[in-house]
Write a protein that binds this ligand. Structure first.
Ligand code: SF4
Ligand code: MG
Length: 316
């Protein structure tokens, strides 16, 4: 709720704070239990920072994070410990997040020792079961990360996220580093695991095709702001925000019978997040911009059932 995460910009020999990058600036949304919410936008729009703040890798600058009814926005590391089990992260590059000197058996058992759970034997049994769940041979537990392909390593990354039976998984570009041919397999695995373990996903991606495959609802971010959020079908069929319309116009349509969208090319680049434009942050590039867009910040409004958009075109 009204989540903000600002990072200080330092300059000079004294490293004085001269300003702030508003990586996440007043973002509100909810995720229902068992659903997958996609968060999309170009790199630097704040979607990863949103995910990392929700999971409390960062403390928010302002606003609230309510997890399972509890406000976790400013809990200390100690207070967070029991909650950390319930929220796990899956990263884009499983290779850099797996210690190359440890066998995957050791890597997967680590969360159990951190939380002092189970006997040695039971840990090993659980790891074997996990490997099987993610489609890997349980006898591979003595192998090292470099012995696996990219897709297999991501399966290990997913297994590791599952060790403590979390409720929420934040997946940050989990298939972006994989070959297109492998992406669908990993996405389907995530879907199967979701059904089996009643998982809730926040799925962060720049790829609207991938998001369409896996998500129930989708939010679109630009320069630290949430522009639009809706059911997947509503958003893809009838995007309301000019930015969403531009993003979707660039996605090839799988069905040639569906009428083609006119490709919308946005002028200019994404502005510097340390100096975001006034009013609607998108006004410098918006083909529909009006005079008051330069001064007035548009508020999120429900324009159709469960379809919210922050744009002055819909504020009347
Ligand atoms: Fe464009 Fe104005 Fe809507 Fe912003 S508020 S997206 S500038 S029309
Ligand atoms: Mg990112």
């Amino acid at each position: 709720r009204h989540l903000k995460k600002y990072f200080p910009v330092k300059a000079g020999i004294l490293q004085r704070t001269v300003g702030y990058v508003k990586a996440v600036d007043d973002v509100s949304f909810h995720i229902e239990q068992g659903e997958t919410l996609g968060l999309v936008g170009e790199s630097g729009c704040g979607k990863s920072t949103t995910g990392r703040t929700i999971i409390r890798l960062y403390e928010p600058t302002d606003g609230q994070i309510i997890f399972d009814g509890q406000d976790i926005s400013h809990l200390s590391e100690r207070q967070l410990r029991p909650i950390r089990r319930d929220m796990q992260m899956v990263y884009q590059d499983p290779f850099s997040s797996l210690n190359p000197r440890k066998t995957i058996g050791t890597i997967l058992e680590e969360p159990f020792s951190v939380h002092r759970l189970y006997s040695k034997k039971e840990r090993q049994e659980r790891v074997a079961a996990l490997l099987e769940k993610v489609g890997l041979n349980p006898n591979w537990r003595n192998r090292y990360p470099h012995e696996f392909s990219g897709g297999q390593r991501q399966r290990i990354g997913i297994a590791r996220a599952l060790t403590l039976q979390p409720k929420l998984i934040i997946a940050d570009e989990p298939v972006s580093a994989l070959d297109v041919s492998i992406q669908a397999q990993v996405l389907n695995l995530l879907k199967d695991l979701q059904d089996e373990f009643k998982l809730t996903y926040l799925f962060i991606s720049h790829d609207l095709g991938v998001v369409k495959h896996i998500c129930d609802r989708v939010g679109v971010m630009y320069l630290g702001k949430l522009m639009e959020i809706a059911d997947k079908n509503s958003l893809y069929r009838e995007p309301l925000h000019p930015y969403t319309q531009a993003l979707l116009s660039a996605v090839p349509r799988p069905n040639p019978n569906v009428k083609k969208r006119e490709r919308i090319i946005l002028e200019g680049d994404v502005p510097n997040p340390a100096h975001p434009p006034s009013g609607c942050v998108f006004h410098t590039r918006c083909p529909m911009a009006m005079e008051h867009c330069k001064t007035e910040v548009p508020q999120m409004r429900e324009v159709k059932p469960k379809h919210m958009v922050a744009c002055h075109l819909y504020q009347q």
